[in-house]
Design a binder for this molecule. Structure first.
Ligand SMILES: Nc1ncnc2c1ncn2[C@@H]1O[C@H](COP(=O)(O)OP(=O)(O)OP(=O)(O)O)[C@@H](O)[C@H]1O
Length: 741
């Protein structure tokens, strides 16, 4: 049931791509007729046996169809897996060399372009349909990728740090990897599409959509024989490795450069495993150096039928990469795997084994008894003939001899000295074949220690995963905090800038406030001055009022004179008018002359000396004087009326002046009040307003003062006029008296 075979290595060349045609598209490979050897033409780097070419199980030149690769390289594996063997197909090569094209294909729905995985899937379901009716199959699929040394479940991408475990009963497996039961190729395609969409890809110089991770599509087939109850299970690993190229060539940079380093790390671990497996002197195989090699542990030097497809470019542009890929393939070719059926025995088979074991046990016990009997003889100093010695073939011989012995038998502890029992060995080998294969990782440990070691390793790996997720969470948090910090710093910078500009503004405002404060103080001082001026104006006004009151009383005195006096005043006015016109004084003069003439004449002689003409003239003059006095009195009345009108106007003006003064005072008080309560702007506008008011007030006050002065002057004039008229009236009265006399 176990067979040791070399890994099957096939080599596929894709046609040169556009970049290679542009950069140097010469084809540097040549193939032999058998399609097993590829030669590097004119390569300086090739020497020794490599000059004769690189020989593989099969070489597929450019233009090889997808189905040809499948038919030769992979088809047989499907049958093996259905029979309970593990199988692995993995594609190796630089980026853009055609790994994904080979494994998945350019279009899984196209019969020409679909790759190995869809073809395998179809083959599996075809074989199941064609299989014996007493065989039942269960097919499960899982899809994972290893990216930056973390295993991610492509069918449940949130699980991105799965751990590799190993158990005696299960072998190596990925813990908590989701699996889906499938019953048709269509369902598998659907899952492939779903998982493919979650893969990490990026664009490089070599490939527009380069897979940056190693992907593993796992198909598990469980077979159950309904007649015997026997079960078998086979795992098929379909591996699409990430590009094996040197970092520089891909043009990768930034995170992609970091990726390339890590990807190369797991690929170099793969190389190391292959080197160790092909070097007979090396005892330790470093499977545990990477997740990739750990998962593929059974596929490389273990329990698996493995096919490696190396993918290459035929162009000169990628010559060195092609060469290293070919060397990798050659090394891998010498790896030997021992594939065994992963079977679980049916009850019938177990029964058979049990009865075999019981039989062996019985024989073994009798053999022990024979040995012990023989040993007892020897110990007792006896002798057993060589022909009587106990052997596995004739265990009873020794026992018979023992019967002759005297001493009692004891159990020997030196079992290791016991010659090998072929029955036991046969049983042991059968049991080993039927159990899960031992991984070749832990050498020099006995069974219990090994189990303990694996248990502990699994525990530690879980703890590691836990720590890693904690670390990731912490890293995420740190990143978030860093971002927040950066944002806060930005905010702080903006705030301090704003703060700076605000403090400049504040300083300016402070200056303005100080200036306004100063203006305010100045305003207050101005208001004080104005108040003082107002006080002065008030007292001046009081004085004026007093003067006006005096004037009024004087006027009242004047108007209180009787009508007679008014007549006299009129007369005086008339006289003044006449005087002003010269008529009045002329008449006055004529009268005075006439009176003087009369005075010079003796009273006795008066009648004799006065002629008739003189008397007529005197009468005429008297009449004229009378009419002149009348006229003067009229004019006096007129002038009194005018005087009254002027007085009325003055009163009106005074009243207006008083109301204006009251308005002003009210306004001034309001201004002062507003001044005290309003803000700086209002203070400024109030100051302006106050200035205007002051100006208006000053103008009005000046106008009023000048008006009052005018009125005073007019009053003065009128008083003078009245005085003159009164004097004239007095003189006219006396003349009139004299004339009457
Ligand atoms: N044999 C082929 N015939 C025709 N075209 C091919 C062949 N092999 C690859 N190609 C084309 O070359 C390009 C790169 O191929 P692919 O993506 O399979 O490379 P890869 O090795 O998987 O790259 P990476 O490692 O970057 O994922 C694709 O456009 C693909 O269609």
């Amino acid at each position: 049931m176990a067979s040791s075979t070399n890994i099957k290595v096939v080599c596929r060349f894709r046609p040169p791509n556009a970049l290679e045609l542009r950069e140097g598209g010469d084809i540097v490979v040549a193939f032999d007729e058998n399609l097993q050897t590829v030669q590097m033409k004119n390569s300086q780097a090739v020497s020794g046996p490599e000059k004769d070419g690189f020989t593989f199980d099969r070489v597929f030149p450019m233009g090889t169809k997808q189905h040809e690769v499948f038919d030769y390289g992979v088809k047989d594996i499907v049958k093996d897996v259905l029979d309970g063997y593990n199988g692995t197909v993995f594609a190796y090569g630089q980026t853009g060399s055609g790994k994904t094209f080979t494994m998945m294909g350019a279009d899984i729905d196209s019969s020409d372009l679909k790759g190995i995985i869809p073809r395998i899937t179809e083959q599996i379901f075809k074989s199941i349909v064609e299989s014996d009716s007493h065989l039942e199959y269960v097919v499960k699929v899982s899809y994972l990728e290893i990216y930056l040394e973390r295993i991610r479940d492509l069918l449940a991408p949130q699980n991105d740090n799965l751990q590799v475990h190993e158990e005696k009963s299960r072998g190596v497996y990925v813990k908590n990897l989701s699996d889906y039961y499938v019953s048709s190729a269509r369902e598998v395609y659907e899952i492939m599409r779903q998982g493919g969409a979650a893969r990490v890809v990026t664009s490089t110089n070599m490939n527009a959509e380069s897979s940056r991770s190693h992907s593993i599509f796992l198909i598990t087939i469980q077979q159950r024989n309904t007649e015997t109850g026997a079960q078998k299970s086979g795992n098929l690993y379909l591996v699409d490795l990430a590009g094996s190229e040197k970092v520089g060539k891909t043009g990768a940079s930034g995170q992609t450069l970091e990726e390339a380093k890590k990807i190369n790390k797991s690929l170099s671990a793969l190389g190391m495993v292959i080197n160790a497996l092909t070097d007979s002197k090396v005892k330790h195989i470093p499977y545990r150096d990477s997740k990739l090699t750990r998962i593929l542990q059974e596929s490389l030097g273990g329990n698996s039928r493995t096919t490696l497809i190396i993918n290459c470019s035929p162009s000169q542009y990628n010559e060195s990469e092609t060469l290293s890929t070919l060397r990798f393939g050659i090394r891998a070719k010498s790896i030997k795997n021992t594939a065994r059926v992963n079977a679980e025995l049916s009850p019938l088979e177990l029964k058979g084994l049990l009865s075999k074991a019981q039989l062996a046990n019985t024989r073994h016990l009798s053999y022990i008894q024979s040995l012990e009997a023989e040993l007892a003889i020897w110990r007792a100093g006896g002798h057993v003939e060589p022909s009587e010695w106990t052997s596995a073939d004739k265990p009873t011989t020794g026992a018979a001899a023992a019967k002759k012995a005297t001493s009692s038998p004891t159990l020997s502890t030196t079992r290791s000295m016991t010659p090998v029992n072929p029955i036991l060995e046969g049983l042991r080998s059968e049991i080993i074949i039927d159990s899960r294969p031992q991984t070749p990782t832990v050498v020099g440990l006995d069974k219990d220690e090994r189990e303990e070691f694996l248990r502990r390793e699994n525990e530690l790996s879980d703890q590691l995963a836990e720590r890693e997720s904690l670390l990731n969470a912490a890293e995420k948090l740190t990143k978030e905090l860093r971002e927040e910090l950066a944002y806060l710093k930005e905010q702080e910078a903006a705030a301090s800038k704003e703060n700076k500009s605000m403090s400049t503004q504040l300083n300016e405002l402070r200056l303005q406030v100080e200036r306004l404060d100063y203006d305010n103080k100045e305003g207050i001082i101005t208001i004080d001055i104005l108040k003082e001026q107002n006080q002065d104006a008030k007292s001046e006004l009081e004085e004026l009022k007093k003067v006006i009151t005096d004037l009024r009383s004087t006027q009242r005195d004047a108007s209180a004179e009787d009508k007679e006096k008014r007549k006299q005043e009129k007369m005086a006015l008339m006289m003044a008018k006449f005087d002003a016109q010269g008529t009045f004084s002329e008449k006055d003069e004529q009268l005075r002359q006439l009176l003087a003439k009369l005075d010079t004449i003796d009273t006795a002689d008066a009648l004799s000396t006065l002629s008739v003409d003189d008397i007529v003239a005197a009468r005429r003059q008297l009449t004229e004087s009378h009419s002149l006095v009348r006229e003067t009195v009229d004019r006096l009345r007129q002038s009194q009326e005018e005087n009254e009108m002027v007085t009325r106007r003055r009163d009106e003006l005074e009243a207006r002046f008083l109301s204006l003064e009251a308005d002003y005072e009210e306004l001034l008080e309001k201004t002062i009040h507003d001044e005290e309560t309003s803000n700086a702007d209002i203070v400024e506008s109030m100051a302006e307003f106050k200035n205007k008011l002051e100006m208006q007030y000053a103008a009005k006050r000046d106008a009023n003062i000048s008006e009052v002065a005018d009125l005073k002057q007019q009053l003065e004039l009128k008083s003078n006029e009245i005085r003159t008229l009164n004097a004239s009236i007095d003189s006219l009265k006396s003349v009139n008296e004299e004339l009457k006399v």
